[in-house]
Each structure stands twice: as C-alpha cells, then as structure tokens.
Ligand binder design. Sequence first.
Ligand SMILES: [Zn+2]
Length: 298
Amino acid sequence: MPEYDQPEPGVVEITGEQEIAPDLVVVPNRHAQLVPNIGVIGGAHSVLVVETGMGPRNAEKVLKFAADHAKGRRLYLTTTHFHLEHAFGARVFAGQATYLVNRAQADDLAAKGASYLEMFRGLGEWIARQLEGVELGAPDVVYDGSYELDLGGRVAHLRSAGRAHTKGDQVVTVPDAGVMFTGDLVETGQFAIFPWFPPYDTDVSGLRWIGVMQRLIDGRPQVVVPGHGDIGGPQLLADVRYYLEELRDETWRRRDSGMREQTIAEEVRAVMIQRHPDWAEPEWIERGVGCLYSEHAA
Ligand SMILES: [Zn+2]
C-alpha cells in the first residue's frame, strides 16, 4: 500500500499518477477524504475523463491534466454517480468536453443535487470552501442502459449498474485493458459507504448492492479502480460482496430475534470492527445496518 503524507481533505492533487495500462492513467486519491480516484482513458482520437473532483478549483486541475494528456484529442467526461466529490465539478468542463452519463444518475442529480450541496456546505468549513462557486453540471448526453464510447482503437463501456450505493451508479470498463472503474460501489481499506439518511435520502439498497457486486464479479476485470482507496485486482469486488453479505446476515439474524435496531447497530458495529480492524470510517457500519434493517428478502 503506498504511503502518503497527510493529504489535505477535499483537495485533488495531481501527483503520483499511475499508468495502469497504455494511455490509461489514474490520479490516485492518496487516501484523502472527499477526493475520488480520477481516471483518464485515451484512444487514438478521444480521451475520457472519469470523475471531476469536488468543486470548480479541483475540476480545473483535473481538466488541465486531462487536456495536457489529450494533446489535442477530443475530450469526454463521465462521472460514476452524482455525489459531490465525483460530479460537482462538471460545469468546469462545459464547452471543453462532452459530458455523458446514465439516465438514473442524471435523475439523481436533478432530484438531489441542490439539497446535497446545501447539506455538505454545512458539514465543515473546508468542504464549504471547495464548494464555493459550484454550479451543477448539465450532461450533454444522457443514455439509457449502456453506452459504448469509441475513443479510437479503444472502446469505453459505460453501464448503469442499477440501484445500489445510489439509484444512479454507473460503472466504466475498458475491455482491452481489463480495467473497471466502480465509483463508490467499491472502496479499498474502509467500510462500504451507505448514504442512508432517513427521511431525506433512503435510495441506497444493501440487497441490490449485493446483486450488483455479483454482476461486476461476472465481468471478470483484471484491474479494479475503486471510488476511494488503492487500486487492486478482482479480489476487491469479492471483498465488498462478502462484507455486504456479512452485514446483511448479522443485521437480519438480530432483527429476526426481535432485537431493537439501536442495539443491533451497536452490536454489529463491534463485530465488524473486530473482523476488519484495519478498515477506516466505521461510522458507515451503523448506516449500513439501518439500511439493511429496513430491507427484506424478495
Ligand atoms: Zn458516493
């Protein structure tokens, strides 16, 4: 695992770029909070950027890096889902890149973008600073189901994953390189992020997420780029599926025995921290319990 000096939260730094396949570069998030892994995928005539970073100043850095890398090739932008650090810099790309996303993500952005902006501005001064001047992005192309983007001698596959971490998660794969960008369906070194905020946002589904993970595993990628954390192999997908299943099983076993939700959350948190002592952000365990507590086998 690479080591990084105390990275500044919320700030994209163009450093430590990893060329994980020819003309396919990832700017790693260096374990910085609210910074995603960012991809730049090149073909003969076009370049696709995956994720913008949070706010215009981060997105300007990403756009400059991508434009320098593209050397005159046409630019495209996509984002894995509407969350701030992934998509709330898209406006900076307007006129410079063609922004394309799946229908469910565009719907998420339209329905929840403004309220997420307000909510996150209130979560900390350092977040509010990065969000200064944000205008919500407007996709140029909204597709249904899946989209094959021809970059010239290389095709990037964009696919709506189905409801999981959000309603609108999108997965980007580059088949010739065996690479898959998962967004927040997968993280490395931390507990799965359940944005379960009743009554405001209850779109995350632990059960559907398990099903989505199986489909990603069936896609047999060789390299997995998570939303946050270190790049890895297909084992990352199996690890997430396993964690989601154990979270479901530990929650349901207690629910079925009549235990109160609050007690379940406390007990399952303790169990999961014990099983995954190296993982960060344990506060997501309780939210995951809350989500799965509300769900029932089909
Ligand atoms: Zn997210």
